[in-house]
Ligand binder design. Structure first.
Ligand code: HEC
Length: 160
């Protein structure tokens, strides 16, 4: 049987190969920030929340699923896979370590909320010191929903 691949099919196949090559590059943490699909989560509107709305409740597991991949695509290249820093950037497992020292649950949760606010501000604005960009700003690249899914992921990586 003779089979002619139509031109468009060929082009499509070539495009597919190119996309596959690109996505495998991303899997290793390319420099291009990645858009994150959060359409399966409750949407948060235009106002910035001060603490993580996905931290507890029914949306948490979906937020964690999305956040794990969003972290790997956007943060791991500096902060390390599974948030284990290789030394280039702070180890984000330790971000809440001070809070974890509180025996009192109410104090601990208040501390986590303060860290939520600090986390949000850092990710939105990035970090520039003496004119050098240590961390790029993610506002405009990542939605509020995406940023909180990453926080949800990091909550599972907390260490004292
Ligand atoms: C280009 C590398 C780079 C990328 C990408 C990056 N960061 Fe950072 N991040 C840094 C560096 C470096 C610092 C420390 C900056 C400083 O010393 O002021 C930092 C600091 C932080 C801090 C504050 C930590 C502390 O203890 O003060 C948080 C939170 C953070 N990053 C979260 C993230 C998240 C979440 C992402 C992904 C959305 C991300 N970063 C992507 C390099 C990066």
């Amino acid at each position: 049987m003779k089979f002619h691949l139509p031109r468009t099919r060929k082009a499509l196949a070539a495009a597919l190969i190119a996309t596959t090559a690109l996505s495998s590059a991303w899997a290793h943490g390319d420099v291009t920030p990645q858009a994150v699909d959060t359409s399966t989560l409750p949407q948060l509107g235009n106002k910035w929340h001060e603490s993580n709305p996905y931290s507890s409740g029914p949306a948490r597991s979906e937020a964690l699923r999305i956040g794990t991949s969003a972290y790997n695509q956007n943060c791991a290249r500096c902060h390390g896979l599974e948030a284990i820093s290789g030394g280039i950037a702070p180890d984000l497992r330790k971000l809440d370590s001070e809070c974890m020292g509180y025996a009192d649950e109410a104090k601990k949760n208040a501390c986590f909320k303060e860290m939520d606010d600090f986390f949000l501000a850092t990710v939105r604005r990035g970090r520039t010191r003496d004119g050098r960009v240590y961390m790029p700003p993610f506002e405009g690249t990542l939605s509020q929903e995406a940023i909180w899914t990453i926080r949800t992921y990091l909550e599972t990586r907390r260490e004292p």
